[in-house]
Write a protein that binds this ligand. Sequence first.
Ligand code: GTP
Ligand code: MG
Length: 239
Amino acid sequence: RLTVKKITTSSQALDGLLGGGIETRTMTEFFGEYGTGKTQICHQISVNVQLPPEKGGLNGKAVYIDTEGTFRWERIEAMAKGQGLDPEQVMNNIYFIRAVNSDHQMAIVDELQEKIVEDPSIKLIVVDSVMAQFRADYTGRENLAARQQKLNKHLHQLTKLAEMYDIAVVITNQVMARPDMFYGDPTTAVGGHTLYHVPGIRLQVKRSRGNKRIARMIDAPHLPEGEVVFEITEEGVRD
Ligand code: GTP
Ligand code: MG
């Protein structure tokens, strides 16, 4: 394998599960129910990619594609302060893009290559969440095949960017506790969502007591399976 670089999550336990952190040249998926911390993790690594290597970063910038309108600059600010970084500067190093529908989301990724060539310090691409707009735009079983085809193209494009430019790609996917309630869309089920199969690392995030969360490694090709506990605090992700 080519040498991958790693971005810390700010949780030693979670980093350990990931074999050191979020890898470049790889797509990492966090999936889980609502409120499990997927978006918080995305915010945290958008800050952490900016850290110097000795602190677990890549001195890099982030592209943050928000498809659900849940990105919060205030959270970035709090997390930057939590890392002893200048919040102004940290915010300047995040290219924030709001995707309003699935075609727009795909178009954004189409145009990313140009942006990355222009600014090689981009070391992280976040898509939070990858599925929401596709689920909204392709409803009903009859559109499932068309949706999966588009989605696969989108995911392969992201993977290609990761590999070509030594970038970490992080995507999220919300799955339901009771998929049977969400008429006939098997991709909302834990496990069922692997209908789109792209290489990469997949972690399930689950709720635990209070601010505690559990992350579980799911069929990673080169990492052992296992579970760890982390926490979401005012300052961000922690052990
Ligand atoms: P969906 O997008 O709905 O699928 O959920 P998600 O997995 O993205 O959840 P998200 O990352 O939005 O997590 C929300 C949880 O993070 C909240 O329930 C809080 O526990 C925690 N959280 C969010 N903001 C703060 C904050 O400012 N302070 C603290 N302490 N916790 C926060
Ligand atoms: Mg979210």
